[in-house]
Design a protein around this ligand. Structure first.
Ligand code: ADP
Length: 196
């Protein structure tokens, strides 16, 4: 199996590039942000609880997102591999993910980190807020709170994987095509083309 973490701050392009990666390499996309928004849309108790945190730009509690990922891994026993987008976002989540994958006799293959300067991130997110309908993109205060959470809680996840030599930075502020080309360079050898 090939298990990829697409890493980077809010607005760095993880969702956009995940779509490109899935199409080319046939991995299963697990985005905790998308999963949480779908729970909110379905008005489940989990969604209603998560919304309180998301609306303030804060991370949702670890046990909530770890539980969601665990059930998605179980639901896809024949996957060729997974691309994790927006997860893990804390060191506790990274440790939990390592354990879940070890139970399945697999592990993280690599972490690719999209590097984008902070002023560009804020512009991208506020811009997305104009059309995405995402309330957490619409307010500059909430966008900034998410970036603070990223620095405090998520940035340390980089060290967790760097320790195992699994962390690689990719320049993320080019065009969508340029960034995908850089990601493809890393992935071609690792994943190979999609098996039809
Ligand atoms: P972005 O990367 O643009 O912030 P996401 O869709 O990945 O967008 O996440 C939106 C919100 O969902 C986050 O601000 C956070 O509240 C919540 N969230 C998503 N993934 C996680 C996670 N792994 N752990 C905790 N909270 C999460």
């Amino acid at each position: 199996m090939v298990n990829l973490i697409l890493f980077g701050p809010p607005g760095s392009g993880k969702g956009t590039q995940s779509a490109n990666i899935i199409q080319k390499y046939g991995l299963i996309h697990l985005s905790t942000g998308d999963l949480l928004r779908s729970e909110i849309g379905d008005k489940t108790p989990l969604g209603q609880e998560a919304k309180k945190f998301m609306d303030q730009g804060l991370l949702v509690p670890d046990e909530v997102v770890i539980g969601m990922i665990s059930s998605k891994l179980d639901a896809n026993p024949d996957a060729r591999g997974f691309i994790f987008d927006g997860f893990p976002r804390t060191t506790a989540q990274a440790e939990a993910l390592d354990k879940l994958l070890a139970l399945k006799k697999t592990s993280i293959s690599t972490v690719l980190s999209l590097e984008v300067p902070e002023d560009a991130l804020i512009k991208r997110l506020l811009n997305r807020g104009l059309t995405s309908g995402r309330s957490d993109d619409a307010s500059e205060d909430v966008v900034k709170a998410r970036i603070v959470e990223y620095h405090n809680k998520t940035a340390p996840v980089a060290d967790h994987y760097a320790k195992f030599g699994k962390f690689k930075k990719v320049k993320g502020d080019g065009t969508e095509e340029e960034v995908f080309e850089l990601l493809s360079k890393e992935l071609d050898e690792l994943v190979g083309e999609k098996v039809q």
